[in-house]
Design a protein around this ligand. Structure first.
Ligand SMILES: NC(=O)c1ccc[n+]([C@@H]2O[C@H](COP(=O)([O-])OP(=O)(O)OC[C@H]3O[C@@H](n4cnc5c(N)ncnc54)[C@H](O)[C@@H]3O)[C@@H](O)[C@H]2O)c1
Length: 342
């Protein structure tokens, strides 16, 4: 088994989680380089590596891109940098793993897709929740309308607390241009699961409000939507719950089945019912309690890079959909009218 050489660009909060996972996958991946313009962040990240020997440190990612010996660039910088950095990495002949969001605009996403095709490079976007065994089980079930019946209604909520101190951590957080809005930053995983599991949207109508003078982006967002399969849905999001998070919630209602998942990390199964299909609670507990999604995501990416026949769980088209839906929500809000997708 050949270990693929990976460079991490952006050594902040989320990069630490990636390093923890990569340390457990040393047969498949070798961290070859770390990049951050902040030398303290570089040093802190280096300390987390299981094997620090020979790791290259860069302050400018262009210098790293000129290094031959790197197979994959992992982009964990602020959201507004993802698109350009992904494009540059593809252009330099590297495969790319990029934190969510893939990019902030559909235009950048189209360029990334074009570039990846032209250079035969793979891009995986970190929608890691899709790798949770519970959500993979639900995805498999949704492929069979005979089991679940007709999709009727879906509801997603993001009820969390993000105080001023959260936005003070980095200048890009809470700005429209660099962060992209609450639904991109805090809502993306739940909205991604909603459309991945329940289907593509026909239209969306959104309203959002900013209640905080110390940042630009929204605090409260409410949306209504219609799916192409005829079902309807809603979305409620806020970063204003006091004094702490209530959590996330996803309710999926079909004519023969109902699923309800909640919790601070969507780690609680409140309801799992399919007509005439008994599931033992121990089987369900095993699915719900397995939260090792990032590990499974890396395994999937390794397979897609080493076996051309392997189709990874997240493709670029799938990652684009959630950005289109969220940008559609904000466009609808601004225009005060329904945004049609087709
Ligand atoms: N998948 C998830 O669940 C999840 C969770 C948290 C964050 N994220 C995403 O990860 C990204 C980073 O978030 P974070 O919380 O780690 O941010 P952060 O601010 O903690 O880290 C970003 C790092 O990038 C570095 N950086 C900025 N510009 C750079 C440049 N030009 N070259 C090199 N390094 C540069 C910063 O110095 C910092 O160390 C965001 O896009 C966010 O949406 C995803």
């Amino acid at each position: 088994m050949k270990a693929l050489k990976i460079a991490i660009v952006g050594c902040g909060f989320i990069a630490q989680k990636h390093i923890e996972t990569l340390n457990r996958l040393s047969d498949s991946f070798e961290i070859q380089a770390l990049v951050d313009h902040d030398t303290l962040k570089l040093e802190n990240a280096k300390q987390l590596l299981a094997d620090q020997e020979g790791v290259l440190l860069y302050q400018d990612y262009n210098d790293m891109l000129n290094t031959e010996d790197i197979d994959i660039v992992l982009i964990t910088t602020p959201s507004f940098l993802h698109g350009q950095m992904a494009l540059d990495a593809i252009e330099a002949g590297k495969h790319v793993m990029v934190e969510k969001p893939l990019a902030l605009s559909s235009k950048e996403i189209a360029l990334i897709s074009e570039g990846a095709l032209k250079k035969s490079k793979k891009v995986l976007v970190c929608h890691q929740m899709r790798y949770r065994p519970l959500f993979r089980k639900l995805k498999n079930l949704t492929r069979n309308e005979q089991i679940l019946g007709k999709p009727l209604m879906a509801s997603a909520s993001i009820l969390i607390n993000r105080p001023k101190s959260y936005y003070d951590q980095a200048a890009w957080k809470g700005t429209w241009l660099y962060d992209g809005g609450m639904l991109i930053n805090q809502g993306l995983h739940v909205i991604d699961l909603l459309i991945w599991l329940f289907g593509d949207l026909d239209w969306i109508y959104g309203k959002s409000v900013n209640c905080t003078p110390w940042k630009e982006t929204d605090d409260v967002a409410l949306g209504m939507m219609k799916f192409n399969n005829g079902a309807v849905g809603n979305l409620a999001a806020t970063i204003q719950t006091k004094p702490h998070n209530i959590g996330y919630r996803l309710d999926l209602i079909y004519s023969h089945a109902t699923f309800s998942i909640s919790g601070n990390a969507l780690n609680q199964l409140d309801h799992f019912f399919i007509e005439n299909q008994p599931f033992t609670s121990s089987k369900l507990d095993a699915l719900v309690n397995d939260l090792d999604d990032r590990y499974y995501m890396y395994q999937d990416f390794y397979q897609s890079l080493t076996d051309d026949r392997h189709q990874s769980v997240i493709d670029l088209q799938g990652a684009k959909k959630v950005i289109d839906v969220i940008n559609g929500f904000y466009q609808s809000d601004q225009a005060n009218q329904i945004l049609k997708f087709s």
